[in-house]
Design a protein around this ligand. Structure first.
Ligand SMILES: Nc1nc2c(c(=O)[nH]1)N[C@H]1C(S)=C(S)[C@@H](COP(=O)(O)O)O[C@H]1N2
Ligand SMILES: [Mo]
Length: 524
């Protein structure tokens, strides 16, 4: 009788049937997990891209990320926060998959059992997705069946359906099998992407989308709003440089033909708009500065664009809003929700169902084919992208995506100001130095912006022209800089007379506060 220890101690022949090494086992586990994901992705392409195990796991992680971590990710990676999340998720999955391979090598079926458990977790997560149907169980299940077969093949050397081969396979056969599994996994994932794109070609739909003409164009942008200072934030933000913040790991693929907006809840009669019905109305065009609550002091999660859209108040009027309602719960095709005070939509400000941005259909990442824009409110309580539903309700009856996670349910944009030039830690020659940036206090407007160098008295900055109280405003100040290292800080005061608070507080739960400053070295 051969004891396992003596078997291990004996040097093994390099070719011919042998037991798999640890590294090969780990690799087999990783390939099996890749098969789960790849095959699941392909099957999901025929059902709903949102049911892909990739997306399900990622989106579940995004939804359960504590806000401290989400803030940290946005602070560190800005609009790339999701790539960072994907990368960390991949590392965790690689480790789990490698463990499955090693387990399977130790004891047949243990690794498969781990794959089945992970697949089960994915199925449960899939069913929790806001847009899930029973069909959402299929991709992960199909993926697990394929993944288990791959693992059995690579580690047991067994062909699925036949009894496992005791001795495993030769190195050569293992490499061929591993390469084949890898090709199948990658091929399935790629085919899934291809099928998804074919079945729902949103880019082509967007390219065909005809922008309606506004009945009232945005007032022309006067030259005075833009000062000729290099490095200052331009008054209008080009769409491709506009910040992007959302929970979507995979952009929703919603064509204008498929899009509907259902208005229901506390209304006289529910109504549903499609683009044919929407196009019977004429939109307006407005320039509005959108701001994210996650913006840190001095941060760049704000942008100004020319939005083309239908006044929300008019669309709501068609449904007839009941007098005791006080909130609009807007819902995106991907399940994101925002709770907007009804008063903000009805008080005459330019609250829009936007379909155009900077003279083009909305970019897909910014909500194509339709999103909300409400001046004066942070995006998370107002700016739902890919919006498909407006539920008229009450704050004491309903809550939304971020408010469920502890963020404030009333979130007007706080007054903010930022130094754009000189750049951080810049070195400038002594003498007159232009200090410039932008400031905003949407709805209220700015009364003044002031600049302070070290402990010297605050000096009034010159404000560029005001386009409207719903947009940011540039400011400049000429500093007679003396050699040395100096701290330059800025603060704005809104027209209610409230200056920005000095105390720095983080974005959670209703927006950051604090003065922005820059350390500048002046050389003689
Ligand atoms: N569907 C959807 N809409 C959304 C979000 C989201 O996560 N999902 N994020 C909101 C937040 S927090 C902000 S700040 C704005 C950002 O809009 P932008 O990406 O076009 O700049 O979108 C809002 N609309
Ligand atoms: Mo945001």
């Amino acid at each position: 009788m051969t004891s396992p220890s003596s078997t291990l101690a004996e040097p093994r022949h390099n070719s011919g049937p042998r037991r798999l090494g640890w590294w090969s086992a780990a690799m087999a586990g990783i390939l099996a997990a890749a098969t789960v994901l790849g095959v699941g992705h392909l099957v999901a392409a025929f059902i709903d891209p949102a049911a892909s195990p990739f997306y399900v796991l990622g989106a579940t992680m995004v939804d359960h990320t504590p806000h401290e971590l989400k803030d940290a990710a946005i602070r560190r990676f800005g609009s790339h926060d999701k790539q960072a999340l994907f990368a960390s998720m991949s590392v965790v999955m690689l480790l789990g998959a490698a463990v499955a391979g090693v387990l399977e090598r130790r004891r047949s079926f243990w690794g498969c059992a781990l794959l089945v458990i992970l697949g089960g977790v994915t199925v449960v997560a899939a069913m929790q997705r806001p847009t899930a149907t029973v069909l959402f169980v299929i991709p992960a299940c199909a993926g697990v069946v394929a993944g288990v077969s791959a693992l059995r093949l690579l580690i047991g050397g067994s062909i699925p359906g036949r009894p496992p081969v005791q001795e495993g396979m030769s190195r050569r056969r293992f490499l061929i099998a591993a390469a084949s599994v890898g090709v199948v996994a990658a091929g399935a994932a790629a085919a899934g992407q291809w099928v998804s794109a074919r079945l729902r070609d949103v880019s082509a739909d967007r390219a065909r989308f005809l922008l309606p003409r506004p009945r009232s164009a945005a007032p022309a942008v006067p030259a005075e709003v833009q000062v000729p200072v290099e490095g200052i934030t331009s008054f209008l933000t080009p769409s491709d440089r506009f910040y992007r913040v959302d929970t979507a790991l995979q952009l929703p693929a919603l064509t204008s033909d498929d899009w509907r907006l259902r208005i229901h809840g506390m209304v006289d009669h529910a109504v549903e708009f499609d683009f044919d019905r929407l196009r019977m109305r004429t939109p307006v065009e407005r320039i509005i500065t959108l701001t994210c609550v996650s913006n840190e002091v001095g941060g760049d999660l704000a942008g100004t664009a020319r939005w083309l859209g239908y006044p929300l108040a008019e669309l709501l009027a068609e449904a007839g809003v009941r007098p005791d309602a006080d909130m609009i719960l807007s819902r995106s095709i991907d399940g994101f929700t925002a709770s907007t005070p009804l008063s903000a939509v009805m008080d005459g400000r330019d609250a829009l169902l936007a379909v155009g941005m900077n003279g083009e259909p909305l970019p897909i990442a910014h909500g194509y084919p339709a999103r909300m824009i409400v001046p004066g409110l942070y995006g998370y309580v107002s700016a739902t992208k890919w919006v498909v539903e407006l539920e008229v309700t009450r704050f004491d009856r309903a809550s939304a995506y971020w408010t469920d996670r502890g963020w404030a349910d009333r979130a007007p944009i706080k007054t903010a100001s930022r130094i754009d030039v000189p750049a951080a830690f810049a070195t400038v020659p002594a003498g007159p130095v232009v200090v410039a940036g932008v400031a905003w206090a949407q709805r209220r407007g700015l009364d003044r912006v002031e600049v302070q160098v070290d402990d010297q008295p605050w000096q009034p900055a010159t404000l560029a022209g005001e386009y409207s109280t719903d947009t940011w405003r540039q400011w400049t100040w000429t500093w007679n800089a003396e050699p040395g290292t100096h701290t330059v800080r800025v603060r704005a005061t809104d027209r209610d007379g409230r200056p920005q608070r000095e105390e720095r507080t983080p974005p959670f739960p209703d927006g950051s506060t604090g003065w922005h400053n820059r350390v500048v070295t002046v050389r003689p």
